[in-house]
Design a protein around this ligand. Structure first.
Ligand SMILES: [Zn+2]
Length: 104
């Protein structure tokens, strides 16, 4: 299994697809599928049928997950899209920004 370096609440940049270049916050991660849901990204309109007669149907906007290969973490320290490295200290693994070496 591949490691997922993206976590919930990370700020990420979309690097492919119709939302290329946009940024957003990760709201959910699906490690097994290697996908994540990012706030405001990959939105699609879903039609909700009326439940009762006389009610109107609704159109709601729902975010679809994107594959993690299409997103890049934005380092909170240097503010740049970056790759993630790892350091092991006191048996704990920390993520580090490959650009500014800050722990993230
Ligand atoms: Zn950085």
């Amino acid at each position: 299994m591949k490691k997922i370096s993206i976590k919930k609440n990370d700020m990420v940049k979309i690097i492919s697809g119709k939302d290329n270049g946009k940024t957003g916050k990760v709201v959910k991660v699906f490690p097994l599928k290697e996908r994540a849901v990012v706030e405001g990204i990959n939105l699609y309109k879903k039609h909700v049928k009326p439940k009762k007669e006389g009610e109107k149907g609704q159109v709601i906007t729902v975010p679809r997950s994107v594959h993690i290969s299409n997103i890049q973490l934005i380092c909170p320290a240097c503010g740049k899209p970056t790759r993630i490295g790892y350091v092991i200290e006191d048996k704990n693994k920390s993520r580090v920004c490959k650009k500014c070496k800050s722990r993230i």
